[in-house]
Design a binder for this molecule. Structure first.
Ligand code: ADP
Length: 397
C-alpha cells in the first residue's frame, strides 16, 4: 500500500507540487511530502517528517512517541524526494496481543484442563453408574437400579432400558424361585406318604395290609411321575419357542382323532364325548403341542365332571381365526377361582374335594396357556359352579 501510494504520488508531481486527484486512491492514514534535493519541504500534507534522514527505496519502521509505529518510504525523483509514511499499529497490536496471550495462557490452560475434567467426569457419571449396576447384576444381586432422573438423551434411554431389563430379570428370577419352591412343596406330600406307607408295610404282617401299603405307594408314585412329567414339559416348553414347528393344518381330522382317544378315558365315568367339528378350518399348529393342549383340557373336563355327563368339543372358524371349545357339565369353577386357574400349582379348593383330590398337580392349565401363547393364540374360560365350564382356544389361521 505504501509503495503503491508513493509511486502514485511521485507520478502526480507537476510544477514542483503534488497533483492529487481521486484516482490516486491514497489511504486515509497517509502522510506525504516532497523535498527538494537540498532537503527543503516543497509540498505535502505534513511537515512531520522534516529532518528525518533519507532512506530511499527501503520501507523503514519508525517509532513516534514510543507508541505509534510508522512505515516510511522515500522515493527519489528527478524533482526531489517523495517521502511517504503510513501509521502502522499492527505491530503494536500484535505485540500487545502476544503479551495478553502470554499472561492469559496459563489461566486458560488451567481452566481448560480442570473444566474439561469436570465436564468429562459429569458426562461419564451415568456410564460409571451403569457399569456399577451391571457388575452388581453380574454378581447375582438383581436389585441394583440406576438412579438417574431427568436425563432425556441417549444415555437416559440406555438407563431406562437397563432398569427395565433388571426389573424383568428380577421378576423372572423371583418366578423361578417361587416355582422351584412350589414344586418342592408339591413333591413333599406324596414323598411323605410313600415313606409312611413303606414304614407301615415294614411293620405289617398280613398280605392284605401289604397290598394296601403297596397300593398307596403306587398311587403316590404315579402322582409324582405325573408331576415330574408336567414340570419337565413346562421347563422345556419355556425354551421351546424356537424349536416349535408351526404348520398350517386342518383341525377337524386332528380333533376327531383326539376325541376318539379321549372316549376311552371318558368311558370309565360313562361320559359321552360329542364332537361338532366344522370342516375346512385350518390353523398354524405344532401337532404335538396342539395335542397336548387338547388332551389337558379334555382330561380336566373328564376329571371335574360327574359320571354320565356330556362333554362337547366344537370347532368353528372364519377368515381370521379358528375357535376350539371344550365344554363340560361338571362342577364348574367359582368366580373367585376363575382368575387364578391358569397360575402354576393353583387348584380350586372345591374341585380338590370333588373326588379327584390329590391326583392333580395344578400345572395343567398353566402349561396349556403357555402352549396356546406359543401358538400366538388365546385361551379363555367361562364357567358356572355346578353347571359346567367351557374353555375356548382361539388360534390364528
Ligand atoms: P389340575 O392338575 O389341578 O387339574 P389345572 O391347572 O389343569 O390343574 O387346573 C387348575 C384348577 O382349575 C383345577 O384344580 C380345577 O380346580 C380347575 N379346573 C380346571 N379345569 C376345570 C374344569 N373343566 N371344570 C372345573 N374345574 C376345572
Amino acid at each position: 500500500s505504501i509503495q503503491r501510494s508513493a509511486s502514485a504520488l511521485a507520478a502526480s508531481i507537476e510544477d514542483g507540487r503534488f497533483q492529487i486527484s481521486q484516482d490516486n486512491m491514497l489511504p486515509s492514514n497517509i502522510l506525504f511530502a516532497l523535498y527538494s534535493p537540498e532537503g527543503v519541504w516543497l509540498d505535502g500534507n505534513s511537515r512531520f517528517m522534516d529532518g528525518m534522514p533519507p532512506h530511499p527505496g527501503r520501507i523503514e519502521q519508525t517509532h513516534y512517541n514510543g507508541h505509534f509505529h510508522w512505515l516510511a518510504l522515500d522515493v527519489p525523483t528527478s524533482l526531489g524526494l517523495v517521502r511517504v509514511m503510513i501509521s502502522s499499529n499492527q505491530q503494536a497490536v500484535l505485540e500487545r496481543m502476544l503479551i495478553i496471550w502470554a499472561i492469559a495462557f496459563l489461566p486458560i490452560a488451567l481452566l481448560s484442563f480442570f473444566g474439561g475434567r469436570v465436564i468429562a467426569s459429569s458426562a461419564m457419571r451415568p456410564i460409571r453408574m451403569i457399569t456399577k449396576a451391571a457388575s452388581q447384576l453380574g454378581k447375582g444381586d438383581l436389585s441394583g437400579r440406576i438412579m438417574l432422573t431427568g436425563q432425556t438423551d441417549e444415555v437416559g434411554e440406555l438407563v431406562k432400558t437397563f432398569n427395565t431389563m433388571a426389573t424383568n430379570l428380577e421378576q423372572a428370577f423371583e418366578r423361578e424361585k417361587q416355582f422351584t419352591s412350589d414344586a418342592s412343596h408339591e413333591m413333599r406330600t406324596p414323598i411323605t406318604v410313600i415313606i409312611a406307607s413303606a414304614e407301615d408295610a415294614l411293620h405289617d404282617d398280613t398280605a392284605e395290609s401289604y397290598r394296601q401299603s403297596a397300593t398307596v405307594i403306587l398311587s403316590k408314585a404315579r402322582e409324582l411321575q405325573k408331576l415330574l412329567t408336567q414340570l419337565l414339559t413346562l421347563a422345556r416348553t419355556g425354551q421351546q419357542q424356537s424349536s416349535m414347528v408351526l404348520e398350517r393344518t386342518e383341525l377337524a381330522p386332528v380333533l376327531r382323532n383326539i376325541a376318539l382317544e379321549a372316549q376311552d378315558w371318558a368311558a370309565a365315568k360313562a361320559i359321552t364325548i360329542e364332537s361338532v367339528l366344522q370342516t375346512g378350518v385350518f390353523a398354524k399348529i405344532d401337532l404335538m403341542m396342539f395335542t397336548r393342549i387338547m388332551v389337558n383340557l379334555i382330561d380336566n373336563a373328564i376329571n371335574y365332571s360327574p359320571e354320565s355327563s356330556k362333554l362337547t368339543i366344537t370347532l368353528s372358524g372364519d377368515d381370521t381365526s379358528a375357535v376350539i371349545a371344550v365344554e363340560d357339565q361338571g362342577i364348574g369353577i367359582a368366580p373367585e377361582d376363575l382368575p387364578h386357574i391358569f397360575e402354576r400349582f393353583y387348584r380350586a379348593d372345591k374341585s380338590r374335594t370333588a373326588g379327584t383330590a390329590g391326583r392333580n398337580s395344578g400345572l395343567g392349565l398353566s402349561l396349556v396357556q403357555m402352549l396356546v401363547q406359543l401358538h400366538g393364540g388365546e385361551i379363555s374360560v367361562q364357567s358356572e359352579l355346578g353347571r359346567g365350564s367351557k374353555f375356548v382356544v382361539m388360534l390364528k389361521i
